[in-house]
Design a protein around this ligand. Structure first.
Ligand code: WT7
Length: 654
């Protein structure tokens, strides 16, 4: 960990204790730490009681073949049954599962647990009719509409692992994921709404299916299309309308129970190479982790709380904290389709006021945006229902933390800064809202049941006051089991750096009190607005453009988005200067290859890239330029003039 990153951490003296009345009613108390320390597996077995098991496990953890963990060995359950049916059977059928708030603004409806059960059963019956069996993969590419939740749960009900692809991803991203996990059905929509206007999804699916056909003919058997916007769509022979196929099914479906280790879903995330990794989560342990943390870290009181997580269903946060955790806990949630600033910049606060939201979970990038828009916007809404706020996705800077707590939380709500990853499945490091005296900017310490540490290059625990790498020392129930189809890469990526420990890829510091400050990625992975992007993946996208000879991408610090994508591009000789619109052309090309979120903030056309004598690109120097810093040590450069050329170019192009 660079000293520079460590010293960037401002000294933070502010502490926020949980209000006494909050602490007095909190779900998780300090005793949980002691209990879990004394008997970790016993603690997890107790958490597993939150679920309904068809048959119980014989062994809590089988770690005889590390790093391949098996949790709740021999146990059988059904994730959809746990999320829906059992609540209806317990008499909570009339309870609202989701206040769905769509776009346009007047398009909103409440969905009860009973209605959700009927829809999930219909969708499950429809998938059976389409030939989906336990173990088959189903890709889901949908906007934030109720059918997205229904589709996920219908797959879970059948034991058919789903892979949800964020609706903002490109046809290319969709096809590569469908091919990688071998999905035989794609569930999608004609389009979704963005700022009140219909925005098409289906053309990207058609393009993706054509690509898949070219590589593996017949892999995708059906495309099930939800009619959301009613816009014209080209139809292909694989297309079926959701309304027709799902609509004609019975709302009864008797579910099968699966082994605790049966695959639940695959979620793709960026790694250090160009190829996204298919993170595999299984059923029992994942659901235990999601339910326990959603109950404990968000202090959920299922009968009275109204919970809102603003994440899109296409990310892991949407999986664990919009679908599986809240539904397993019988929560009432808000599900929001739109964006924060349409029809106006107070829209989120209006939703909180209207539904009397009590628990709110969002990302630092959104918080910083609201800060910029000004206090008067949230001030004109009644936010007094809020009792707990959460943050996730990237380190939250202390100023944003304090603003969030004061301006949104009325200076009374605890704020939980939750650290976790797609791989971890659920929150691992966070304050406990009723226990921890929280420091703005620190995720504090591992939650009960989790053994996190910060280690040096040799894998030794660092003393308080020092920095190093964030690791997890013991397996945990919701951990990824492997990378889809690639056990070797799984071992190599997470378990080879430090013997017997899970390496998260983040740098971190333990402060004088031993509390953890997560500093960000130490690998070639960027974090833009809480979304993980790989430098290599964007480089590959740029190089696939006919005018580009070479490209290097770095993540530069950005006030709003945490990091921003900055690209340095060498054009092919035949392309000349690339033409007037070369920058726009390349930005659009990246959007087409990966998705709009990967569009570089800045592209600089350069004559050369800084390389060591062995040919490795020195990204450190490019980051210096992107962050307008004096360029650091260049002695290992093969050609010491290169940086002068690049810096001059950067000065004239910005
Ligand atoms: C990476 C994981 C977990 C869901 C959202 C992102 C960063 C996440 C925090 C936090 C500091 C954080 C880490 C991590 N990160 N939460 N509270 N403080 N950094 O999931 O795409 O898998 O990204 O996000 O760098 O490794 P993801």
């Amino acid at each position: 960990m660079s000293n520079e990153a460590l010293s960037n951490l401002s000294h933070e003296d502010r502490r926020f204790d949980p209000p006494a009345d909050f602490a007095a009613q909190a779900n998780l108390t300090a005793a949980a730490y002691e209990q879990a320390d004394a008997d970790r597996l016993g603690f997890w077995a107790e958490q597993a009681e939150r679920l309904s098991w068809e048959s119980r496990w014989d062994q809590v953890l089988d770690w005889s073949n590390p790093p391949f963990a098996k949790w709740f060995v021999g146990g059988k359950l059904n994730a959809a049954y746990n999320c829906v049916d059992r609540h209806v059977e317990a008499g909570a059928g009339e309870k609202v599962a989701f206040h769905w708030v769509g776009e346009p603004a007047e398009d909103a409806r409440d969905i009860t647990y009973a209605e959700l059960k009927d829809e999930v059963c219909r969708a499950a019956n429809a998938l059976v009719e389409l030939g989906v069996k336990a173990g088959d993969r189903v890709a889901i590419y949908l906007p934030m509409i109720p059918e997205a939740v229904v589709a996920m749960l219908a797959c879970a009900r059948l034991g058919a692992p789903h892979t949800v692809i964020f609706g903002g991803f490109s046809a290319e991203a969709l096809s590569s994921r469908v091919l990688d996990c071998g999905a035989k059905v794609i569930i999608t929509a004609d389009g979704g709404y963005r700022r009140g206007a219909p925005s098409a999804l289906k053309p990207a699916v058609d393009e993706a299916v054509a690509k898949v056909e070219a590589e593996q003919p017949g892999l995708v058997e059906h495309v099930l299309v939800v009619r959301r916007t009613g816009q014209e769509v080209a139809s292909t022979e694989k297309d079926l309308w959701w309304e027709e196929v799902v609509g004609r099914q019975s709302s009864e479906h008797v579910c099968e129970f699966f082994d605790a280790e049966h695959p639940l879903y695959v979620m793709y995330t960026s790694g250090t190479t160009g190829k996204p990794k298919g993170i595999l989560h299984t059923t029992g342990g994942y659901l235990v982790g999601a339910a326990y943390t959603h109950w404990g870290i968000f202090d959920l009181k299922a009968d009275t709380d109204v919970y809102w997580c603003t994440a899109d269903i296409g990310w892991v946060t949407g999986h664990s904290y919009m679908v599986y955790g809240p539904l397993a806990n019988q929560a009432t949630s808000v599900m929001y389709e739109g964006v924060p600033d349409a029809p106006h910049k107070g829209r989120w606060w209006e939703v909180i006021e209207k539904y009397k939201v009590t628990i709110f979970y969002t990302a630092p990038t959104a918080i910083r945006t609201f800060m910029k828009w000004g206090d008067e916007i949230p001030a004109s809404f009644d936010l007094s229902s809020l009792r707990l706020l959460g943050s996730v996705g990237e380190p939250i800077n202390p100023e944003a933390y304090v603003w969030y707590r004061d301006t949104i939380g009325g200076s009374r709500t605890p704020v939980v800064d939750t650290w976790w990853q797609t791989e971890t499945g659920s929150i691992l490091i966070s304050p406990l809202p009723g226990v921890t005296s929280a420091k703005p900017g620190s995720a504090m310490r591992a939650i009960p049941g989790i053994a996190a540490d910060v280690v040096n290059d040799e894998g030794e625990s660092v003393p308080d006051g020092s920095g190093g790498y964030l690791v997890i020392r013991e397996p945990w129930p919701s951990m990824l089991r492997t990378l889809w189809g690639d056990d070797e890469r799984f071992k190599e990526t997470y378990w080879s750096r430090f013997e017997g420990m899970y390496f998260a890829g983040d740098g971190a510091k333990k402060d004088e009190d031993g509390d953890v400050w997560v500093l960000g990625r130490v690998d070639d992975v960027m974090n833009v607005s809480g979304h993980r992007l790989s430098t290599t993946e964007i480089e590959s996208a740029l190089v696939s453009h006919p005018k580009v000879a070479e490209a290097a991408v770095v993540g530069a610090t950005d006030e709003m988005t945490g990091q921003a994508v900055c690209a340095y591009v060498i054009l092919r000789e035949a392309a000349g200067d690339g033409g007037d619109d070369i920058i726009t052309e390349l930005r659009n090309h990246v959007a087409h290859e990966i998705g709009a979120i990967a569009k570089p903030r800045q592209i600089m056309i350069v004559p050369e890239l800084p390389k060591t004598r062995s040919g490795k690109i020195m990204r450190r120097l490019l980051r210096d330029v992107a962050e307008n810093r004096e360029v650091g040590d260049v002695t290992t450069l093969a050609d010491s003039n290169v940086m002068r050329l690049i810096s001059e170019g950067a000065a004239t192009s910005t």
